[in-house]
Ligand binder design. Structure first.
Ligand SMILES: [Zn+2]
Length: 349
């Protein structure tokens, strides 16, 4: 929510939309940074820029009704979700969250796939970016949303709990944590659109669907797992051991997402300091990794007679889906996320 301010001396960027001579750019800067490296055309970038500004601006003519139209954009309960805010101070956080997510899904539907409607994508980005502004929400250390503020044009809500009329928390340096997260989320959203359009290949560990995107970047604390009715149980509840996490370098006792150019012996060497056949076998023959076995290349049959991990990107991108399966991992366009056993026969689950 941005009211044009009269000082131009701020060198950081808030989430404010740039209005010549009045307010500094915020959404535009975040969006431009997010689009870096994605090879969007000048027209596409311009459409994005317009879209990300849409929720804050109204056309300047006719002059007569500017104030009324601005009020409609910012003050009405029905427009709060577009800025990731609560309808009114009495709406519950969960309901406000659901409103915003519903709106994001509807915008995402209008973005379409072929061709991408970048103007609409910009509007979706506005909502995503606002969710990182401390003037709009509060997030915990794990970036889960724990509070959603309300903005009231008639003074019902005030900072710090609400979003102030001109809120200092909207003025944020581009290097701040919130801005960095907003850029990262916007980048991931744009990537997702390009993957869906078929212009980019999916990358391991990046959201492959809007649902995954929401879980990753817009999680509401306490509701990441859909609430199911619990069956009454007898006796103590068995606690599943936490799954080992994924490392960016092959490390014994952790998962490792294969990358282009990796080979079995090289992974073994990086994990154990030695790329010998015995270490390669420990990795290859792990019960968990057998889901990624393909036909052994002719020259390696004597070492891996039963099958060898495929180092091609032929698996489903959802790492959870790779993990949960019994039998062969489902097909797709991503690399395997393999288990690096600390020693033979030690399995992750
Ligand atoms: Zn906004």
């Amino acid at each position: 929510m941005y009211i044009p301010r009269t000082d131009t001396s701020i060198h950081g960027v808030g989430w404010t939309v740039k209005i010549p001579k009045l307010a500094p750019s915020g959404h535009e800067t975040i969006t431009a940074r997010a689009a870096k490296g994605l090879s969007l055309s000048t027209d596409e970038l311009e459409a994005l820029r317009k879209g990300v500004r849409d929720p804050d601006l109204v056309p300047l003519r006719p002059v007569k009704s500017i104030v009324w139209r601005m009020a409609k954009k910012h003050c009405f309960p029905s427009t709060q979700a577009q800025h990731f805010l609560r309808r009114h101070p009495y709406q519950s956080i969960r309901k406000a969250y659901e409103d915003a997510i519903r709106l994001l899904k509807s915008l995402h539907g209008k973005v379409g796939k072929k061709p991408i409607n970048f103007r609409m994508a910009g509007r979706a980005l506005h909502l995503i970016q606002d969710s990182f502004s401390p003037a709009h929400t509060a997030r915990d250390a794990k970036q889960r949303i724990i509070f959603i503020r309300n903005f009231s044009c008639i003074g019902l809500s005030k900072a710090p709990k609400g979003h102030g009329f001109t809120d200092e928390r909207d003025k944020i340096s581009v290097s701040s944590k919130s801005a960095t997260h907003a850029v990262a989320a916007s980048h991931a959203y744009l990537r997702l659109l390009l993957v869906q359009e078929g212009r980019l290949r999916p990358a391991l560990g990046t959201p492959g669907s809007l649902e995954e995107f929401i879980q990753r970047f817009l999680p509401l604390k306490g509701s990441t797992v859909p609430s199911k009715k619990r069956k009454p149980r007898h006796g103590p509840r068995p606690r599943p051991a936490p799954a080992p996490s994924i490392r960016t370098d092959p490390t014994p006792g952790f998962f490792y997402g294969l990358r282009r150019g990796d080979t079995l012996f090289d992974v073994a060497r990086r994990a154990f300091g030695e790329g010998s056949l015995s270490f390669a076998k420990i990795i290859n023959n792990s019960r968990f990794n057998q889901r990624f076995w393909g036909t052994t290349p002719a020259g390696e049959r004597s070492w891996f007679p039963n099958g060898r991990i495929s180092f091609n990107p032929r698996f489903i991108c959802d790492v959870e889906a790779q993990r949960q399966v019994t039998g062969k991992a489902p097909g797709g366009r991503c690399f395997a996320t393999i288990w690096i056993p600390p020693k033979a026969d030690i399995e992750p689950f």
